[in-house]
Every structure is written in structure tokens, then in C-alpha cells.
Ligand binder design. Structure first.
Ligand code: P1T
Length: 389
């Protein structure tokens, strides 16, 4: 039995560190080497060594990461891509045809909405938005016989709404559709949607999985082997794959996900508590707060409540922008999930593409990706950034 088969039933941290790769048989290399090769020598025509033929189809550095992601998400197979959006597009092409319909969140990453609204729709895949926190609204948005995917984020980006994965899986399956969960905000450490009935997990591995803001990537993980075969076919046929250098960095990040997430959660809880008491803050949105409408569901399906905190600023958009610009330890920038704290204005930045749609976000909203710096420094920085409001 290989070593990585043996980690199959192990704890999360053991899987994150060991799954997907056994020390290299020739050198003993403990970490998957960066196989910077586009092609592979064949021993006679079709005589592939280990199934490797061409690096769009498969590359050992990528195989290791794909195996590790499948293991931490408790899925059967993982697939990695050049970005989260590349993963999403490949999934849609693997599962939908012109005339099909998808239910989307009414609060989601702006780029995901733009992909469906501006790209997939032009190829005949229509969409309807519904609140992921409202199972009846999702049921009502399903078009029987046409809806192929019910797509959720939980927590959502940027309003941190919570969808009940088990309940949504039941509604989705009743309609013969697949439940897709974008697990980017929770990370596989905090939540494993496939164990709650989801069919596909999507990640922007750019975020918590990579964890160091040094690489862009995406992933899909599935349970069903027929669906896996369809995705594998499209991954190769479309070719939006992650290269071996990016896979190496992403895999290195995955190994420390558990310890990083614990600190992200500790710091986010401290930051949320600080903001709650601040007179310049009109609302703090964090699923860990007992009065968050999704708190109880989140407490059931997540290990902890994550590193993302959103809040609304007294004085509207102008003051929200000013807070973002005054922050110093929090870096003003898009993205999330890295060790460093980031601050951004969703309305003008990550969610500019949803302006004027059902997904438009409040103009006074600020989103924090709370990093793993010293909590007191983060709080002092927000205090000075909010003082002039
Ligand atoms: O950026 P990319 O790796 O292509 O992933 C897209 C994506 C998908 N899903 C969620 C929930 C996301 O948050 C993202 C990317 N989000 C940002 C860049 C952001 O700042 O919100």
C-alpha cells in the first residue's frame, strides 16, 4: 500500500500534508518536484510511463496537488486550473448545454456573476439569482427540466450570507440538478461541502489554499466518477490548466492551511468584536456573531467562522472609501485569504461588475480579509482608519 493511500482515513492536517504524493521513488524527495516539462518520452508509440503523455493532459506536480485537494475535500477526484474562473468555466462546459439554466446566488463574487451574465449566457446558458440563505427562494428559482446547476457560495462574497448545504442539496437533487458549492471563503479546513451532499466544490485556490498571495489558481473537486471523467475530458480539451510552478506553490500553501485558518479565525473574531463597539460602524457582518442570520447554520456546517469580515460605515460611500485609503497595516487591494490583511471597497473594486444588477452591493460596505498579523496591530490600524469618520 502506498503511503498516500494510507493517509486516506487520517485527520485533516495529515491529509493536507501527505495526500497526493509519496516520496519520489528515485531520489526520496519529500516534496513533489516541479516537473517543468511539456512532454514525456514514450517507450514505443503509446508506451506511457505512469500515464503521462503531454502536460496539458497531466503533469506530476499537478497530479500531486489534485490528489491532495481531493483528499482534504473528501472527494474522489480533484482538478486544478489556471484560475478560479477557469475552473468555473470548465465546470459549466462539462455540465451544461445551450438551453440549460443555472441558479446563481444573489450575492456572489462579481467575476462569477460576470462569467455567467456576459459569457455563458451568450452561449445559451441562462441564469436566475436567488438568496442562498433562503431555501424556498432557491427552490422557486429552479426551472424543472432545465436547471442543471444550483450554484452557491457559503459564506458569500462579500456579504457573508450562509446557505444550508444539506437543505440546498436536497432541493437541488429533487429537481435532478447538481449542487455546486464555491468553498473559497470557508476553505476546505472549515467546511467540506461534499460530505453534506454537494456534488461539486469550486475553489479559487488563489485565496486560502495558496494562502500567500503569490499565485493564482482554481480547483474543482467531485465525488461522482462519471462527472469526474467529463471534467477531465474538458480540462484537457479546453486546456485552462495550472502550470507546474503554480501547482508547486499552491500545494506548499495547502500544507499549512489548518494552522493559518485557526489564526485567521482568531483574528477575525477579535476584529469583529472591535468593530461592533465602534460608533463609526453601522453594521458588522461576520457569521460568528450570534445575531448573524446564518449563525446557527454556519455553526453546524463550519468548524469556525472564517477570516472574512464585512462592515458598513457611517457617512456612506465617501467615508467607506476614506477608511480603505487610510488603512496602513491592512493593504488596500483585491483578493483575500493571504497571510497579510487586505481591505477593499467591494462596490468600486471586486464587485464593480454587478453594479445595476440584483447583486449590487451597498456603497458603504468595506470588506476585510483578516490576515495572521498581530491582532492588536490590526485593531489599532482600523481604529486610526475609522477615527476621522
Ligand atoms: O480570481 P480567481 O482565482 O479566478 O477566482 C475567482 C473567484 C471565485 N470565487 C470566489 C468566491 C472568489 O472570491 C473569486 C475571486 N475573488 C476575488 C478576487 C475577490 O477579491 O473577491
Amino acid at each position: 500500500m502506498s503511503e498516500h493511500t494510507r493517509v486516506g482515513k487520517s485527520g485533516f492536517e495529515t491529509r493536507a500534508i501527505h495526500a497526493g504524493y509519496d516520496p519520489d521513488p528515485t531520489t526520496g524527495a519529500v516534496i513533489p518536484p516541479i516537473f517543468a516539462t511539456s512532454t514525456y518520452k514514450q517507450d514505443g508509440v503509446g508506451g506511457l510511463r505512469g500515464g503521462y503523455e503531454y502536460s496539458r493532459s497531466a503533469n506530476p506536480t499537478r497530479t500531486a496537488l489534485e490528489g491532495a485537494l481531493a483528499a482534504v475535500e473528501e472527494g474522489e477526484r480533484g482538478f486544478v486550473f489556471a484560475s478560479g474562473l477557469a475552473a468555473e468555466d470548465t465546470l459549466v462546459r462539462s455540465t451544461c448545454a445551450p438551453g440549460d439554466h443555472v441558479v446563481l446566488p444573489d450575492d456572489a463574487y462579481g467575476g462569477t456573476f460576470r462569467l455567467f451574465d456576459k459569457v455563458e449566457r451568450a452561449w445559451g446558458v441562462e441564469h436566475t439569482s436567488a438568496a442562498v440563505s433562503d431555501v424556498d427562494a432557491v427552490r422557486a428559482a429552479i426551472r424543472p427540466g432545465r436547471t442543471r446547476l444550483v450554484w452557491i457560495e457559503t459564506p458569500t462574497n462579500p456579504l457573508l450570507n450562509i446557505g444550508d448545504i444539506e437543505a440546498l442539496a436536497a432541493v437541488t437533487h429533487e429537481a435532478g440538478a447538481l449542487l455546486v458549492v464555491d468553498n473559497t471563503f470557508a476553505s476546505p479546513y472549515l467546511q467540506q461541502p461534499l460530505t453534506l451532499g454537494a456534488d461539486v466544490v469550486v475553489h479559487s485556490t488563489t485565496k486560502y489554499v495558496g494562502g500567500h498571495s503569490d499565485v493564482v489558481g482554481g480547483a474543482l473537486v467531485v465525488r461522482d466518477l462519471d462527472l469526474a471523467d467529463r471534467i477531465a475530458f474538458h480540462q484537457n480539451a479546453i486546456g485552462a490548466v495550472a502550470g507546474p510552478f503554480d501547482c508547486f506553490l499552491t500545494h506548499r500553501g495547502l500544507k499549512t492551511l489548518a494552522v493559518r485558518m485557526e489564526r485567521h479565525c482568531d483574528n477575525a473574531e477579535r476584529v469583529a468584536a472591535f468593530l461592533l463597539d465602534h460608533p463609526a460602524v453601522t453594521q458588522v457582518i461576520y457569521p460568528g456573531l450570534p445575531d448573524h442570520p446564518g449563525h446557527d447554520v454556519a455553526a453546524c456546517q463550519m468548524r469556525r467562522f472564517g477570516g472574512m469580515v464585512s462592515f458598513r460605515v457611517a457617512g456612506g460611500e465617501e467615508q467607506a472609501l476614506a477608511v480603505c485609503e487610510r488603512a496602513q497595516v491592512f493593504t488596500l487591494g483585491e483578493s483575500l485569504g493571504g497571510v497579510e490583511s487586505l481591505i477593499e471597497h467591494p462596490g468600486r473594486m471586486t464587485h464593480a461588475s454587478v453594479a445595476g444588477t440584483d447583486l449590487e452591493v451597498p456603497a458603504d460596505l468595506v470588506r476585510l480579509s483578516v490576515g495572521i498579523e498581530t491582532a492588536e496591530d490590526l485593531i489599532a490600524d482600523l481604529d486610526q482608519a475609522l477615527r476621522a469618520v
